[in-house]
Design a protein around this ligand. Structure first.
Ligand code: NAD
Length: 284
């Protein structure tokens, strides 16, 4: 059976594992503690049942779930025999580099080692593996939640080969995704880079008193065709996540005019849906 490894079973990792399992792969899913894997499997089962209810699952929920093997803290065992590894651990360069070094040691020489990082340079991650593996290190950036969001950005680092880009795009297509190729690992890649500019403009429009949050979101939805306004999307993504990604992009040379409305929400821990309040209120 085709085999994939997903490292990190959090918000993104469990969704990516679900996609590979739905596409017929045996999936080794790794996290640092049993409890995280248990929660991930519960979330995957819930999502698979939703697909089944809508008639969008070709097999039984149990058959798909049965292909996912939870593994505590053993990256080496997880990547053994895998064609592709997707890393989705916390957004920290040292942690990711440790994962890649370990995966490099144990994965088949032809295996693709992909990272789902939102903001870290693929090149710096790839320098954690042996020079002969670096052509196979690539960015594979899913959006949240991976089972529902159609786009995957495939990002080239300095050493990534054309063949690795092509193969990674083929894997994403097998997962039912639309792919775009990003030729340089610039901060924010394509979607987050442009979104950061939109958020910035939306935020300043409100900060300068030109319009309120609802008016800006309405203009984006009813004229510009956005499925959600900028502020509502920030509430759903998590304003803490947006601040974190924004800071990482700025640190790596992305020029912006920091807008206090967003940083104030971060400072006061009003992160959006997850805390019950962000730019809008979400009563329990
Ligand atoms: N959340 C999003 O909207 C989103 C979207 C696109 C990309 N990303 C990126 O995906 C990655 C994961 O983000 P997330 O939101 O799923 O984070 P998360 O915190 O929900 O999950 C990360 C998981 O990795 C585990 N982990 C940490 N160190 C590990 C290790 N050494 N080995 C195995 N597991 C380890 C943690 O225990 C946790 O369960 C990040 O790089 C993030 O930037 C996130």
């Amino acid at each position: 059976m085709k085999k994939a490894a997903v490292i990190g079973a959090g918000t993104m990792g469990h969704g990516i594992a679900e996609l590979f399992a739905m596409a017929g792969y045996e999936v080794a899913l790794v996290d640092i503690a049993e409890e995280f894997l248990k929660r991930a499997l519960q979330n995957i089962e819930w999502s698979l049942r939703k697909f089944a209810e809508k008639g969008q699952l070709k097999e039984s929920v149990e058959a798909v779930l049965g292909r996912i093997k939870p593994i505590v803290n053993d990256i080496c065992r997880a990547v053994e025999g895998a064609e592709i590894m997707v890393e989705a651990v916390v957004e920290d360069l040292d942690t990711k580099r440790r994962v890649f070094a370990e995966a490099d040691r144990c994965a088949p020489p032809s295996a693709i080692l992909a990272t789902n990082t939102s903001s870290l340079p693929i090149t710096e991650i790839s320098e954690a593996v042996k020079p002969e593996r670096r052509p196979l290190v690539v960015g594979m950036h899913f959006f949240n939640p991976p089972p529902l969001m159609p786009l995957v950005e495939i990002i080239r680092g300095r050493y990534t080969s054309d063949d690795a880009v092509k193969r990674t795009a083929e894997y994403a297509a097998q997962l039912g995704k639309q792919t775009v190729i990003v030729n340089k690992d610039v901060p924010g890649f394509i979607a987050n880079r442009i979104l950061a500019r939109i958020n910035d403009a939306a935020c300043w429009t409100v900060a300068r008193g030109e319009a309120n949050v609802v008016a800006v979101d309405s203009a984006l939805m009813y004229k510009l065709g956005f499925p959600m306004g900028a502020f509502l999307l920030l509430d759903y993504v998590g304003i803490d996540v947006a601040c974190f990604i924004g800071d990482a992009m700025v640190k790596r040379g992305f020029k912006t005019h920091p807008c206090a409305l967003i940083s104030e929400k971060c400072a006061s821990k009003k992160f959006g849906v997850k805390t019950g309040e962000g730019f809008y209120k979400y009563p329990a």
